[in-house]
Design a protein. Structure first.
Length: 572
């Protein structure tokens, strides 16, 4: 029940709430069932309540007297909207607390665990005010949260789906009200669709449904960070997974091998694609849904993170008549979004653009997109050979993974085509050595490569709650800002507000390193010079590192020094 369950059990025994022999019998039962020493105390409290030797309310009353914190019954409360906005639902559920009111600059907060001081400090920081604590049982807090945040049973976790449909927010997915849907299926269908629409509302990029031993965990990835939301009952796991697999047109009978599918919906008049991946695990199938918002493709280059000078260079490179342009970085660094935005910028009726992808993430109007299908020998290389006969101006390859694909891409670039692709490297000059490593001759790299762009994503400071602060001097020193430079700069961070869910960041943008191949660098690549020599020469010619680009964005108040340091740790 609390962070110090052994203390609570001792209190229960000392105050005579439960007889010592009953507690001993319960402990022996849990040991016989194989409970570990770590979780015996917490499970023993639950067992005593389950067998009706005591109630959570009785334990809470004991704690209230022991810590001299007023006990509060949470029935028939009227909560102002201001209070709920100050402490959003996901924060209240995460910490297991309930906001009662705000008065005299303090928030009256119901908690069940007076021993967890870290939790109290965190919430006080999130809401930006001192807390006036009250004690209530975990059951009471959960019930009050459900009631006042508009959350009832699992079927209604994210509000009213029927109202969303009537308002035109949700199109293309069923609600559970269709003919032929049984009463048992309807709540599951509604729950699944609310799960998806809530993720879209909160700008999540992924939904993770993970079967664990005793629970079914649901997490959203928002701005690159996984955030756990309320979990459905474990018993509903098979039904929820089956529903998602049905929507994604993948076999619900096959549970032994990984499967991939796609769900397409229209939410709030926006087309949303979900790329679905199922993976068998020890406790059931894990489902990850990647949310692909086509509106993101219409981003201008400034929204991606380019300042005007970098944007001009980027537009000049992608507008070249031939050659190869590579975007590098690890998985999840925004490479595909950058390339799609470049294609969107170049997508005019006088140009023929063909892409070969695995998988096709975004379906774009006016562009010919080819899906890799290895089961029928439609590989990157096979697709590329056929594409060249289609006389395209611009070719995009999802990723250069092997020598065969690289050679065809280079030959295409040398015969009058502009080729875009991605590579997994740590920085931009490493694209050269990576191509050589997979077997491409240095003279071909020097003749075809026009530029390589390395990128990472940093979270943007929330504009609603940003405030001036003084960063840790060690962090500033680590990213190359000395005391003299720091004195002339103003640093901002988000304090946490409802708009950013108390995190202090909202949205992400890129930091970039552009390696442009001129005649001097071409000669060095031809001669097989080392990566260190290439990087040194590029720096002499004016190449900014990702960390330096990040510092520019820190100086502009867009992000924080901590974010830049976190994503550029590998830079010396």
């Amino acid at each position: 029940m609390t962070s110090a369950d052994d203390f609570v059990l001792q209190l229960i025994e000392d105050k005579g709430l439960v007889a010592p022999d009953i507690i001993s019998l319960g402990r022996e039962q849990l040991i016989a069932e194989g409970a570990t020493a770590v979780d015996i105390d917490s499970r023993l409290i639950d067992l005593l309540v389950e067998k009706r030797y005591c109630k959570y309310d009785d334990i809470t009353l004991l704690l209230a007297k022991e810590f001299n914190i007023p006990y509060m019954a949470l029935h028939d409360l009227k909560i102002d909207e201001e209070v709920k906005q100050k402490l959003p639902q996901d924060i209240a559920r995460k910490y297991g607390v309930f906001p009662v009111s705000i008065h005299n600059g303090q928030m009256e907060l119901a908690i069940s665990d007076p021993l967890d001081l870290d939790k109290v400090d965190s919430i006080s920081h999130i809401v930006g005010m001192p807390l006036d604590l009250r004690l209530a049982s975990p059951e009471e807090i959960a019930r009050a949260t459900d009631e006042h945040y508009g959350v009832n049973a699992y079927g209604d976790i994210f509000g009213d789906t029927e109202a969303a449909v009537e308002n035109g927010e949700l199109v293309g997915i069923a609600t559970g009200n269709e003919a032929g849907v049984s009463e048992e299926e309807a709540p599951i269908i509604r729950y699944v669709h609310k799960l998806i629409t809530e993720a879209v509302k909160r700008r999540a990029s992924d939904i993770h449904l993970e079967p664990l031993e005793k629970r079914f965990r649901i997490r959203y990835r928002i701005d690159g960070v996984l955030i756990e939301v309320e979990n459905p009952p474990k018993r509903l796991q098979p039904s929820i997974i089956s529903r998602l697999k049905l929507m994604a047109n993948i076999s619900i009978a096959e549970k032994r091998v990984p499967q991939d599918g796609r769900i397409q919906i229209v939410y709030n008049k926006k087309e949303i694609d979900l790329r679905v991946s199922s993976l068998p695990t020890v406790y059931g199938e894990s489902i990850v849904m990647r949310i692909l918002d086509k509106e993101g493709l219409r981003l201008g280059l400034p929204e991606l993170g380019f300042f005007s000078d970098d944007q001009a260079v980027f537009e000049r490179i992608v507008g070249m008549a031939d050659g190869i342009f590579l975007v590098t970085g690890p998985t999840g660094s925004g490479k595909s979004t950058t390339l799609y935005s470049a294609l969107n910028y170049l997508n005019h009726p006088d140009r023929k653009i063909i892409t070969v992808e695995d998988p096709v993430e975004y379906q774009m109007t006016g562009i010919n997109q080819v899906q890799v299908r290895r089961e029928v020998d439609m590989t990157f290389a096979a697709a590329l050979r056929s594409m060249l006969r289609q006389a395209p101006n611009i070719i995009m390859i999802g990723e250069i993974r092997d020598l065969e694909t690289a050679e065809i891409a280079i030959n295409a670039s040398l015969t009058g085509h502009m080729v875009f692709s991605t590579l997994h490297t740590n920085d931009a000059p490493s694209a050269v050595t990576r191509l050589v490593d997979i077997g491409v001759k240095p003279f071909l790299v020097s003749a075809s490569l026009r530029a390589a762009l390395a990128q990472r994503l940093v979270r943007k400071t929330c504009s609603q709650c940003k405030t001036v602060y003084t960063p840790d001097p060690h962090v500033l020193q680590a990213i190359g800002i000395n005391e003299i430079a720091a004195a002339s700069m103003t640093f901002y961070k988000g304090e946490g507000c409802p708009r950013c869910n108390g995190i202090g960041y909202r949205g992400r943008m890129g930091i970039f390193e552009m390696f442009i191949v001129n005649e001097e660098l071409q000669q060095m690549i031809y001669e097989g010079r080392t990566l260190v020599e290439l990087r040194t020469k590029a720096r002499e010619l004016g190449m900014r590192s990702m960390r330096e680009d990040g510092v520019r964005k820190v100086a502009s108040g867009i992000t924080t020094p901590d974010e830049v340091l976190k994503v550029t740790m590998n830079e010396s």
